[in-house]
Design a protein around this ligand. Structure first.
Ligand SMILES: *Cc1c(COP(=O)(O)O)cnc(C)c1O
Length: 469
């Protein structure tokens, strides 16, 4: 499988190189040159497979030529073996034909584990083969950092540095990062905000001299392997609910458009999906596009669903590429006008095309809490605020009651106690067994000033399993 850039100017890469690549050299994102397509018979024959077996069938075409089948199978079995629920992505029924797919049974209790557990193992496999080491430098406001650290903690060939804003992430989220020890794991608390952290990561990619030749790898949501891993659970859910003979709809709590883009790909690979709902919080750039063809940057709002607090949605470019007939020059032009003027619209036919599949809703904090309370009263299920936004959007935007609606349950409620408390459901939140002693564990973290040079010096001092690069 070859991968091409959405802006048309970067060289095509194979899977191995795309795994290590991050952004393409022309500023675009990598997408498969040709998407695999499965027949209905083939998809139907996968009913009853275990999660890792299904994952192998769905993802195999993407890694062909880079990873032999037997090795890939082993990697997938290990990856999904660390999840704490046997069904890996169980469906829980809320209402007639309305389901939550629980994607929070991984080590860090959010759906990002599905991709990052796999990414860590794939990186290590490829690096071992090449006899190389890499350094990961990432910024987090919460979920990504812990999932990336958990995914890389056993990697022999990866050193990971995660920057978070000092005293500005929740205690659960901080402890999920700082209580994982290893000589290749480095938590850095920056005396600044999340944007400062992100700027330092960007600047480090732009000028990598401090790495003394070691390659820097991105684990943010633009990494192709993360998208790829997320395609699998759309197939998994549909097969449980009568697919592919019957079509299914999905409502997806959305920030950077990575998770829902995987659903779009599942559909293009042959899975009958009737409707995809983009569920956003008050940071609603995607809702403004879907409802009114306006993709315009606005200021950032802090909400009760912080993992969806974004101003621009990085993976949206991948959808735009398809909507424009895969014309890289057109995308480069659009992105340029976005950079210059902070926004754009697309031609009406292209927007209409998108609207055939996508609907959207923006849900504010008050509605989020109402939904948590409502669902708890109706079913006894406690939703996290991100998932609650997905439920609200599913109920508002649903096109057909006859078609099963699956809401992606992106996080466990225990990660977001503020929202649960504000919803007033009065149920005690308990950490799952593997994290029950989280608040007693020792923490390891280095506080650094908001200064790029200090951070880069720290990375080069510790980037080789705690020793200098
Ligand atoms: C990251 C995240 C999201 C948003 O996913 P995208 O792929 O960025 O759209 C939603 N909910 C939770 C809990 C997350 O951690």
């Amino acid at each position: 499988m070859r991968y091409i850039s959405t802006r048309g100017q970067a060289p095509a890469l194979n899977f191995e190189d795309v795994l290590l690549a991050g952004l393409a050299t022309d500023g675009g994102l990598y997408v498969p040159e040709n998407l695999p397509r499965f027949t209905q018979e083939e998809i139907a024959s996968w009913a009853g497979l275990s999660y890792h077996e299904l994952a192998f069938r769905v993802m195999r075409p993407f890694v062909t030529g880079s990873i032999p089948d037997a090795d890939f199978k082993k990697i997938l079995e290990e990856t999904y073996g660390v999840f704490s629920h046997n069904a890996i992505a169980p469906l829980r029924q809320l209402n007639g034909n309305e389901w939550v797919m629980e994607l929070f049974h991984g080590p860090t209790l959010a759906f990002k584990d599905f991709a990052l557990q796999l990414l860590g193992r794939l990186l290590d496999y490829v690096l071992q083969k090449r006899g190389e080491r890499v350094v990961i430098v990432g910024a987090t406001s919460g979920d990504t950092g812990s999932a990336a650290i958990e995914g890389c903690k056993h990697c022999e060939n990866v050193d990971i540095f995660i920057l978070h804003p000092h005293n500005r992430v929740s205690e659960v989220q901080r402890r999920q990062m700082t209580t994982i020890f290893g000589d290749n794991i480095h938590n850095i608390a920056i005396e600044g905000n999340f944007d400062d952290c992100q700027e330092m990561v960007k600047a480090s990619f732009a000028d990598q001299g401090f790495l003394k030749g070691t390659r820097l790898v991105a684990v943010n949501s633009i990494n192709w392997a993360r998208i790829m891993a997320q395609i699998v659970y759309y197939f998994h859910a549909a097969l449980q609910l009568g697919g592919p003979a019957r079509s299914v709809s999905f409502s997806v709590p959305t920030g950077n458009f990575g998770d829902i883009f995987a659903g779009y790909l599942a559909r293009n690979m042959g899975l009958p999906i009737n409707q995809l709902i983009v569920a956003t919080n008050r940071n609603d750039i995607l809702h403004r596009f879907m409802s009114g063809n306006q993709y315009v940057k606005e200021t950032l709002h802090a909400t009760l669903s912080p993992s969806m607090d974004i101003m621009v949605s990085s993976n949206f470019e991948r959808l735009l590429f398809d909507l424009h007939g895969r014309n890289g020059a057109a995308i480069a032009g659009l992105m340029d006008s976005f950079k210059q003027g902070g926004g754009f619209s697309v031609e009406p036919e292209r927007w209409t095309e998108a609207r055939k599949l996508f609907d959207s809703l923006a849900v504010d904090d008050a509605q989020t809490c109402e939904t948590i309370a409502e669902v708890f009263a109706q079913t006894g299920e406690l939703l996290d605020p991100h998932t609650a936004i997905g439920v609200k959007a599913a109920r508002e935007c649903r096109r057909s009651l006859d078609i099963p609606m699956v809401i992606l349950g992106t996080a466990h409620p225990v990660k977001f106690p503020d929202a649960v408390e504000q919803a007033g459901v009065g149920k005690a939140l308990e950490l799952p067994a593997h994290l029950s002693d989280l608040f007693e564990r020792d923490e390891r973290c280095t506080v650094l000033p908001n200064d790029l040079k200090a951070v880069q010096a720290f990375v080069s001092q510790h980037g080789n399993r705690g020793k200098p690069l």
